[in-house]
Design a protein around this ligand. Sequence first.
Ligand SMILES: Cc1cc2nc3c(=O)[nH]c(=O)nc-3n(C[C@H](O)[C@H](O)[C@H](O)COP(=O)(O)OP(=O)(O)OC[C@H]3O[C@@H](n4cnc5c(N)ncnc54)[C@H](O)[C@@H]3O)c2cc1C
Length: 385
Amino acid sequence: MVLFWRTYWGHMSEKKQIVVVGAGILGASVAVHLAEAGAAVTLVEAGEPGMATSAVSFAWLNAFSKRPFHYHDLNRRSMQMWDGLARRLGGDVGLTWGGNLLWAVTEAGAKALQARVAQLHAWGYPARLLTLDEARALEPKLVIEQATAVCHAPNEGHVDTARFIRACVETAVTHGTTVHTHTQVVGFEKGVRGELTAVVTSKGTLPCDTVVLAVGADTPAIASLAGVEVPVYHTFGATFYTEPLSPVFQTVSSVHTAADSEMQVAFRQLPDGTLVFYGGSHGTAADRSLGRDEAEVAQVFAQAKTFLPLLHNATIQEIRRGRRPIPQDGLPIIGFADTVPNLYLTTMHSGVTLAALTGEFAAIEIMHETEIELLAPYRPGRFIS
Ligand SMILES: Cc1cc2nc3c(=O)[nH]c(=O)nc-3n(C[C@H](O)[C@H](O)[C@H](O)COP(=O)(O)OP(=O)(O)OC[C@H]3O[C@@H](n4cnc5c(N)ncnc54)[C@H](O)[C@@H]3O)c2cc1C
């Protein structure tokens, strides 16, 4: 199907007219890479860029617990692409490196963490097991009452998604991209061969050679307008923001408390001093994010204070709530749809970690009409039985 579309494409105008739907972290990254590569890009966003899931994200750049190896490796490649991409976008996208500190509190949790670290070492990913005293010396403001195993993964970091998305959109505009905000995609027009010929929006119709869907948790709904079924569900997620505080961590860029405890809390600090945290119960915070109502917010804040007593003098200034998009098998969906050959899909959990790679790889595939082998496990067609 992709080959057929390439032939058809050959008759189109010189500059490829590409409509990118959604200006979250993935759409913004894909748009700037396509614009830099010489496409005529139109970015269509239902609200303002970066205000949906990407604004809620914990934005931890990591490959720590990703498996199998190909998925770990994909995340790791993307982590390594962030500095270069930031430089191309003017330098300051709020990247913070220093690594993640995490620990376990049960014997089973310790065994699992040690096994994970051994696996990461075999994959060449740096992660160091620390004694409790070493961990306390590493981060003196953090109270770790007890731990059965502690680990520091030094190459991990986080990014300020708002700054990154702004930089992508601004750079894309300098390369000729047109941005339509507060414009909702409500349908598609199709040609005789089933290809998309135009994107129908709440404000008019945009002709296109290719459409990139980067609409996060809305992917199933919008893809279905093009007749494509994409099995993506979503879970609730919330993050909490304090007023700017003086530096909290001296070495690490993020902390995840024990996942094998009643409630896991994660912390990071933005370059302006804002402390961002979130919490979850029953497994990792990602499994059961708390913060739907005041009681849950209070529960998370109380737990956070036990690890960072300085929070007793801080207040929660903002709570962001959103939807975490998760493909049915947990792996990213990146590539052309099998049944609509000029519809390119990008949706995933870990969309922040993977934004640098997804933007670059999607632009290469679309502009150079090639298929990147590393993306083979993530094609939309894998769900078609
Ligand atoms: C609490 C939480 C913590 C997380 N932590 C991490 C983490 O630590 N590391 C990590 O890598 N990932 C993390 N994630 C996941 C990550 O944030 C997401 O994978 C990523 O933000 C998804 O980006 P996106 O661009 O696909 O979606 P979004 O940011 O949701 O952007 C999609 C955009 O599409 C627009 N849109 C939707 N429908 C239409 C339409 N019809 N027309 C036009 N525009 C439309 C929306 O308005 C939105 O702006 C976390 C998520 C949550 C919720």
